[in-house]
Design a protein. Structure first.
Length: 575
């Protein structure tokens, strides 16, 4: 075997001997400055100091959020219920606490369990704001591979994921919307209680919803024994389901594990919502199509000719006709064709509707949207629609008049969603988003929203608005609701805006109100029934009015419940 030549480079030796003899040129001034800066960064002035504040980018935590981190780390030893009012940044607080423990070397493995609709939002915020390499759990093998996992509670508690999670020890467990653990008899509570964890954060704006026992169940997950055995807790602190005794002592015990910030305590107020309804008059061709679809839907419903699947399609069709002919076209021909002799044909009713569709060659709503966007220009606008066909049509029509718009929808993968966000922020004036745009993204750089078509579920409307109207928004938010005149859409907007006063209701309250209504009949289902069973506008308005009154009764119940919670946690209402 031929040996490889070895060459010795001894040029460094002469330079090294020169430095020894003269004790100089050991390092350049720039290198010394870098070494000094690195040493300074590693200094921990006091044990109580918060190091994570120096290593976050793109935002400035508010004073109350920094105080929460200090208390959780230094006083509560990493186990706490974060119970700030909705919109005060519990996610930011949890991210700061996680970052702090990572910097201190105390957390190397963390599990974040959240509602499925928030998995992407949590993952993105942990990565972008805190530089924590969190991943969204999708496959079984991910439980073993990654140290920082964001997953939905519903997925984690099911087989085969359940055993993967229960067999691991997590340095920090974070549970968002922890009020879902209020009942210790549920699978949610039992599963979370079994998890092996060193530190634990429970996030909820409503630690007590109905019964005082709910608070005991949350604290038991967090610090078993903190409130004693359940029998002792009942004897010492419970006078009734919603009434406590020895309240001063109970508040003292709770304050050791629970932190709650309120808007009025720190002058933390969101900017205003300025809501405007934009009436849209349909063209004669559009009116004929709307009347034809409405008659088709009601006749099918009243004759019971449709099965459950077709009934749902009918209701979608009724909503789509207020959005665009393109949306109607897809549903009509996809679901209402019939097969005869192996061929797909249209019934006479559908053939008639097809003729009405062909007669519609322009959209009054699109014309109104273009006019409004031009008035708002050059400020950015997010335009919401429920339907992909309408979204694609809007992108085309805006491009035809020279308005740069980008789409955003649930079918996009994460990289494409991030790319669309980047384009919207830096280049495009308009983002045309489906309901996916109402979840998991923050758009505080925009403060104009157009609801091109209005969802019948108020929570979806609030989720849309919540993308821009949130802590960090510096401008008043302008909300434009398009209402096609003399249609079901006009009635729905009247109900949501005037009767329910949706835009003045805090989202946390709204969600609880809707949960109470769901126990009877869901608001959306009630709207569908009213639309299908009424024969004229006055009858419809009367029934919608009754529905609005029912909403306000539930709203009053929620407000009474909130007052009871405030008394339990703080004492008198005015404190």
């Amino acid at each position: 075997m031929q040996s490889l030549p070895i060459r010795m480079d001894r040029q460094w030796l002469n330079r090294f001997q020169h430095r020894i003899e003269n004790d100089t040129d050991w390092s350049s001034w720039e290198q010394f400055q870098l070494a000094l800066e690195a040493a300074e960064k590693q200094i921990v002035p006091t044990f109580d100091s918060i190091q994570s504040l120096q290593q976050i980018q793109g935002f400035e935590p508010l004073p109350h959020q920094i105080e929460v981190v200090r208390r959780v780390v230094n006083e509560m030893r990493g186990r706490a219920i974060l119970a700030d009012e909705v919109g005060l940044g519990k996610t930011i607080e949890a991210g700061l606490i996680l970052k702090e423990y990572i910097i201190r070397g105390l957390v190397k493995k963390a599990l974040i369990l959240v509602p499925s609709s928030l998995v992407l939002q949590w993952t993105r915020e942990l990565n972008e704001k805190f530089q924590i390499p969190a991943v969204a759990q999708k496959k079984e093998w991910m439980w073993d591979k990654y140290d920082f996992i964001v997953a939905s509670l519903d997925t984690a508690k099911r087989d085969p994921h359940r055993q993967y999670v229960l067999n691991k020890h997590y340095d920090l467990l974070i549970i968002d919307e922890a009020h879902k653990l209020k009942n210790k008899r549920t699978k949610n509570w039992q599963f979370v209680n079994e998890l092996q964890k060193k530190y634990c954060l429970l996030l909820t704006a409503t630690p007590v919803q109905n019964e005082i026992e709910e608070l005991y169940n949350l604290v038991t997950i967090l610090k078993p024994g903190q409130l004693g055995k359940q029998s002792r807790f009942q004897n010492d602190y419970v006078a009734g389901k919603r009434k406590a005794k020895n309240e001063t002592q109970l508040r003292e015990e709770i304050s050791r594990v629970l932190i709650r910030n309120r808007r009025r305590d720190g002058n933390l107020h969101l900017t205003r919502r300025i809501v405007k309804t934009i009436p849209v008059r349909l063209s004669p061709e559009e009116r004929a199509l709307y009347d034809g679809i409405t008659q088709f839907v009601r006749s099918r419903y009243q004759s019971h000719a449709a099965d459950l699947k077709s009934m749902l399609a009918l209701l979608v069709l009724q909503k789509e006709v207020c959005s665009s002919r393109d949306a109607v076209f897809h549903t009509l021909f996809k679901l209402f064709q019939r097969k005869e002799s192996g061929k797909e044909t249209l019934s006479p009713e559908v053939t008639h509707l097809a003729g009405l569709l062909r007669a519609v060659t322009s959209s009054s709503k699109v014309d109104a949207a273009i006019e409004l966007i031009k008035e708002i220009s050059p400020e950015k606008v997010i335009l919401f629609t429920e339907y992909r066909a309408t979204q694609e049509m809007l992108i085309r029509e805006l491009a035809n008049v020279g308005i740069h718009a980008v789409p955003y929808r649930g079918g996009f993968n994460r990289n494409k969603k991030d790319w669309m966000m980047e384009l919207f922020q830096k280049r495009a004036q308009v983002m045309v988003a489906t309901e996916a745009g109402g979840e998991g993204i923050n758009l505080q750089f925009c403060h104009h929203i157009i609801n091109f078509d209005m969802p019948w579920n108020p929570m979806r409307v609030e989720q849309r608005i919540g993308r821009v109207h949130r802590l960090g928004q510096l401008n008043d938010v302008h909300i434009y609701n398009f209402a096609t005149e003399n249609t079901i859409e006009e009635h729905i907007i009247w109900l949501l805006h005037e009767k329910i006063q949706l835009f003045e209701t805090v989202i946390g309250e709204l969600e609880t109100i809707l949960e109470k209504l769901e126990a009877e009949e869901g608001l959306e289902q009630s709207l569908m029934r009213i639309m299908l069973e009424t024969d004229d506008d006055q009858q419809m308005r009367d029934r919608l009015n009754s529905l609005g009154e029912s909403f306000h009764r539930k709203k009053q119940e929620v407000q009474d419940q909130k007052e009871r919670q405030e008394v339990l946690l703080y004492g008198s209402k005015g404190d």
